[in-house]
Design a binder for this molecule. Structure first.
Ligand code: GLP
Length: 242
Protein backbone atom coordinates (compact mmCIF):
# COMPACT_ATOMS: atom_id res chain seq x y z
CA UNK A 1 0.00 0.00 0.00
CA UNK A 2 1.65 3.24 -1.14
CA UNK A 3 0.26 6.43 0.40
CA UNK A 4 1.14 10.12 0.09
CA UNK A 5 2.69 10.83 3.47
CA UNK A 6 3.61 9.42 6.90
CA UNK A 7 0.34 10.64 8.41
CA UNK A 8 -1.70 8.58 5.94
CA UNK A 9 0.51 5.54 6.63
CA UNK A 10 -0.11 5.90 10.37
CA UNK A 11 -3.85 6.28 9.90
CA UNK A 12 -4.08 3.24 7.62
CA UNK A 13 -2.10 1.09 10.05
CA UNK A 14 -4.15 2.20 13.06
CA UNK A 15 -7.41 1.44 11.27
CA UNK A 16 -6.14 -2.01 10.30
CA UNK A 17 -5.18 -2.81 13.90
CA UNK A 18 -8.51 -1.48 15.19
CA UNK A 19 -10.30 -3.72 12.68
CA UNK A 20 -8.37 -6.81 13.80
CA UNK A 21 -9.19 -6.07 17.44
CA UNK A 22 -12.86 -5.60 16.54
CA UNK A 23 -12.90 -8.94 14.69
CA UNK A 24 -11.30 -10.69 17.69
CA UNK A 25 -13.88 -9.09 20.00
CA UNK A 26 -16.72 -10.23 17.73
CA UNK A 27 -15.39 -13.77 18.25
CA UNK A 28 -15.32 -13.35 22.02
CA UNK A 29 -11.55 -12.85 22.25
CA UNK A 30 -9.77 -9.80 23.62
CA UNK A 31 -7.04 -9.98 20.99
CA UNK A 32 -3.28 -9.61 21.12
CA UNK A 33 -1.22 -7.10 19.19
CA UNK A 34 2.49 -7.23 18.52
CA UNK A 35 4.08 -3.83 19.04
CA UNK A 36 7.36 -2.40 17.82
CA UNK A 37 9.70 0.31 19.04
CA UNK A 38 11.46 2.82 16.81
CA UNK A 39 10.08 6.00 15.29
CA UNK A 40 8.14 4.31 12.46
CA UNK A 41 5.10 3.14 14.49
CA UNK A 42 4.74 6.27 16.67
CA UNK A 43 2.15 7.87 14.38
CA UNK A 44 0.18 4.62 14.38
CA UNK A 45 0.11 4.64 18.20
CA UNK A 46 -1.10 8.25 18.17
CA UNK A 47 -3.97 7.35 15.83
CA UNK A 48 -4.86 4.30 17.93
CA UNK A 49 -4.95 6.51 21.04
CA UNK A 50 -7.28 8.90 19.19
CA UNK A 51 -9.58 6.05 18.13
CA UNK A 52 -9.69 4.78 21.73
CA UNK A 53 -10.38 8.30 23.06
CA UNK A 54 -13.21 8.66 20.52
CA UNK A 55 -14.75 5.43 21.80
CA UNK A 56 -14.16 3.65 18.47
CA UNK A 57 -11.76 1.11 19.93
CA UNK A 58 -11.81 -0.83 23.19
CA UNK A 59 -8.31 -1.72 24.30
CA UNK A 60 -9.09 -2.54 27.93
CA UNK A 61 -8.47 -6.29 27.65
CA UNK A 62 -6.11 -6.36 24.69
CA UNK A 63 -2.67 -7.82 25.34
CA UNK A 64 0.49 -6.55 23.71
CA UNK A 65 3.81 -8.23 23.01
CA UNK A 66 6.91 -6.21 22.17
CA UNK A 67 9.31 -7.54 19.57
CA UNK A 68 12.56 -7.03 21.33
CA UNK A 69 14.64 -5.60 24.19
CA UNK A 70 18.25 -4.72 24.85
CA UNK A 71 20.18 -7.11 27.09
CA UNK A 72 21.70 -5.53 30.18
CA UNK A 73 19.73 -2.30 30.53
CA UNK A 74 17.74 -1.95 33.75
CA UNK A 75 13.95 -1.83 33.18
CA UNK A 76 13.81 1.81 34.22
CA UNK A 77 16.58 2.97 31.86
CA UNK A 78 14.76 5.49 29.63
CA UNK A 79 15.94 3.70 26.47
CA UNK A 80 15.15 0.17 27.63
CA UNK A 81 12.27 -1.08 25.51
CA UNK A 82 10.37 -1.72 28.76
CA UNK A 83 10.44 2.05 29.32
CA UNK A 84 9.91 2.95 25.64
CA UNK A 85 6.87 0.66 25.31
CA UNK A 86 5.40 2.00 28.58
CA UNK A 87 5.88 5.59 27.37
CA UNK A 88 4.77 5.24 23.75
CA UNK A 89 2.26 2.38 23.87
CA UNK A 90 0.92 1.30 27.28
CA UNK A 91 0.22 4.75 28.70
CA UNK A 92 -1.10 6.64 25.64
CA UNK A 93 -3.29 3.70 24.55
CA UNK A 94 -4.49 3.02 28.08
CA UNK A 95 -3.52 -0.66 27.92
CA UNK A 96 -3.55 -2.72 31.10
CA UNK A 97 0.17 -2.87 32.09
CA UNK A 98 -0.35 -6.44 33.32
CA UNK A 99 -1.20 -7.43 29.74
CA UNK A 100 1.80 -5.73 28.11
CA UNK A 101 4.85 -7.93 27.71
CA UNK A 102 8.42 -7.10 26.76
CA UNK A 103 11.26 -9.67 26.57
CA UNK A 104 13.23 -9.66 29.83
CA UNK A 105 16.65 -8.32 28.87
CA UNK A 106 17.56 -7.79 32.52
CA UNK A 107 16.94 -11.44 33.48
CA UNK A 108 19.74 -13.27 35.26
CA UNK A 109 19.15 -16.10 32.79
CA UNK A 110 18.32 -14.40 29.46
CA UNK A 111 18.19 -17.76 27.66
CA UNK A 112 15.38 -18.93 29.95
CA UNK A 113 13.69 -15.55 29.47
CA UNK A 114 13.55 -16.20 25.72
CA UNK A 115 11.81 -19.55 26.20
CA UNK A 116 9.41 -17.96 28.71
CA UNK A 117 8.50 -15.26 26.19
CA UNK A 118 7.58 -17.84 23.55
CA UNK A 119 5.41 -19.55 26.20
CA UNK A 120 3.68 -16.27 27.05
CA UNK A 121 2.79 -15.64 23.41
CA UNK A 122 1.50 -19.18 23.02
CA UNK A 123 -0.46 -18.86 26.27
CA UNK A 124 -2.22 -15.76 24.94
CA UNK A 125 -3.36 -17.74 21.92
CA UNK A 126 -0.82 -16.11 19.60
CA UNK A 127 -0.56 -12.60 18.19
CA UNK A 128 -3.43 -11.43 15.98
CA UNK A 129 -1.51 -8.66 14.25
CA UNK A 130 2.17 -7.79 14.47
CA UNK A 131 3.12 -4.17 13.78
CA UNK A 132 6.64 -3.81 12.41
CA UNK A 133 9.13 -1.17 11.34
CA UNK A 134 12.15 -2.02 9.21
CA UNK A 135 15.81 -1.25 9.87
CA UNK A 136 17.89 0.32 7.13
CA UNK A 137 19.66 -3.04 6.79
CA UNK A 138 16.38 -4.91 6.42
CA UNK A 139 16.06 -6.07 10.03
CA UNK A 140 12.70 -6.60 11.69
CA UNK A 141 12.62 -6.67 15.46
CA UNK A 142 16.32 -7.11 16.06
CA UNK A 143 16.66 -9.94 13.56
CA UNK A 144 19.78 -8.74 11.85
CA UNK A 145 21.00 -9.97 8.44
CA UNK A 146 21.93 -13.69 8.57
CA UNK A 147 19.07 -14.42 11.00
CA UNK A 148 17.52 -17.81 10.37
CA UNK A 149 14.16 -17.44 8.65
CA UNK A 150 12.64 -19.89 11.16
CA UNK A 151 14.32 -18.49 14.29
CA UNK A 152 12.48 -18.21 17.61
CA UNK A 153 12.93 -15.69 20.43
CA UNK A 154 16.63 -15.63 21.25
CA UNK A 155 19.67 -13.56 22.13
CA UNK A 156 21.31 -11.74 19.21
CA UNK A 157 24.30 -9.49 18.73
CA UNK A 158 23.32 -6.13 17.28
CA UNK A 159 24.80 -5.25 13.89
CA UNK A 160 27.26 -2.37 13.93
CA UNK A 161 24.89 -0.45 11.62
CA UNK A 162 22.03 -0.86 14.10
CA UNK A 163 24.17 0.27 17.02
CA UNK A 164 25.15 3.35 15.00
CA UNK A 165 21.52 4.02 14.00
CA UNK A 166 20.38 3.76 17.63
CA UNK A 167 23.32 5.70 19.12
CA UNK A 168 21.24 8.89 18.88
CA UNK A 169 19.16 7.68 21.82
CA UNK A 170 22.17 7.29 24.11
CA UNK A 171 24.68 9.77 25.54
CA UNK A 172 27.52 8.15 23.61
CA UNK A 173 27.73 5.38 20.98
CA UNK A 174 29.58 3.02 23.34
CA UNK A 175 26.57 3.02 25.68
CA UNK A 176 24.42 1.24 23.08
CA UNK A 177 24.08 -2.35 24.29
CA UNK A 178 25.80 -5.05 22.24
CA UNK A 179 23.21 -7.77 22.74
CA UNK A 180 19.45 -7.97 22.59
CA UNK A 181 16.58 -10.41 22.91
CA UNK A 182 14.31 -10.50 19.89
CA UNK A 183 11.35 -12.50 18.72
CA UNK A 184 12.64 -14.68 15.91
CA UNK A 185 11.56 -14.49 12.30
CA UNK A 186 9.62 -17.71 12.85
CA UNK A 187 7.91 -16.16 15.88
CA UNK A 188 6.95 -13.08 13.87
CA UNK A 189 5.74 -15.26 11.00
CA UNK A 190 3.29 -17.00 13.37
CA UNK A 191 1.26 -13.79 13.83
CA UNK A 192 -2.14 -13.88 12.15
CA UNK A 193 -1.26 -10.74 10.22
CA UNK A 194 1.96 -8.81 9.74
CA UNK A 195 1.73 -5.06 9.21
CA UNK A 196 4.95 -3.26 8.35
CA UNK A 197 5.14 0.54 8.18
CA UNK A 198 8.02 2.47 6.63
CA UNK A 199 8.37 6.11 5.68
CA UNK A 200 11.10 8.30 4.25
CA UNK A 201 13.85 7.86 1.68
CA UNK A 202 16.27 6.27 4.16
CA UNK A 203 14.07 3.14 4.12
CA UNK A 204 13.64 2.97 0.31
CA UNK A 205 16.44 0.48 -0.34
CA UNK A 206 15.37 -1.83 2.50
CA UNK A 207 11.73 -1.68 1.36
CA UNK A 208 12.70 -2.57 -2.22
CA UNK A 209 14.87 -5.48 -1.04
CA UNK A 210 12.10 -6.76 1.24
CA UNK A 211 9.35 -6.60 -1.37
CA UNK A 212 11.09 -7.20 -4.69
CA UNK A 213 14.34 -8.90 -3.76
CA UNK A 214 14.89 -12.59 -3.08
CA UNK A 215 13.73 -14.19 0.17
CA UNK A 216 17.00 -14.26 2.03
CA UNK A 217 18.37 -14.09 5.54
CA UNK A 218 20.50 -11.18 4.29
CA UNK A 219 17.28 -9.15 4.23
CA UNK A 220 15.35 -10.58 7.21
CA UNK A 221 12.18 -8.62 6.35
CA UNK A 222 11.97 -10.55 3.07
CA UNK A 223 10.56 -13.45 5.14
CA UNK A 224 7.26 -11.54 5.00
CA UNK A 225 6.98 -12.54 1.31
CA UNK A 226 6.06 -16.00 2.60
CA UNK A 227 3.47 -14.75 5.12
CA UNK A 228 -0.13 -15.51 4.12
CA UNK A 229 -1.36 -12.11 5.32
CA UNK A 230 1.34 -9.45 5.29
CA UNK A 231 0.72 -5.79 4.48
CA UNK A 232 3.50 -3.31 3.81
CA UNK A 233 2.37 0.31 4.12
CA UNK A 234 4.79 2.96 2.86
CA UNK A 235 4.81 6.60 1.86
CA UNK A 236 5.97 7.83 -1.56
CA UNK A 237 9.56 8.33 -0.41
CA UNK A 238 9.93 4.85 1.09
CA UNK A 239 8.40 3.47 -2.13
CA UNK A 240 10.80 5.39 -4.37
CA UNK A 241 12.97 2.38 -5.25
CA UNK A 242 10.16 -0.05 -5.95
C1 GLP B 1 15.00 -0.64 15.93
C2 GLP B 1 13.92 -1.67 16.36
C3 GLP B 1 13.09 -2.14 15.20
C4 GLP B 1 12.71 -0.94 14.35
C5 GLP B 1 13.94 -0.36 13.69
C6 GLP B 1 13.70 0.89 12.87
O1 GLP B 1 16.30 -1.06 16.08
N1 GLP B 1 14.42 -2.81 17.08
O2 GLP B 1 11.93 -2.82 15.67
O3 GLP B 1 11.81 -1.29 13.35
O4 GLP B 1 15.00 -0.19 14.60
O5 GLP B 1 13.60 2.04 13.66
P1 GLP B 1 12.95 3.37 13.15
O6 GLP B 1 11.51 3.09 12.99
O7 GLP B 1 13.23 4.39 14.23
O8 GLP B 1 13.62 3.71 11.87
Amino acid sequence: VILDDPESVAEFAARRIAHVIAVAASRGRAGAIGVATGSSPLGTYRHLADLAAAGQLDLAHVSAFALDEYVGLPYDHPESYHAVIARTVTEPLGLDPALVHVPDGAATDPQAACARYEELIRGAGGIDIQLLGIGANGHIGFNEPTSSLTSRTRIKTLAQRTREDNARFFDSPDQVPIHCITQGLGTIADAGQALLVATGGSKAAAVAAMVEGPVTSMCPASVLQMHPHATVVVDDEAASRL
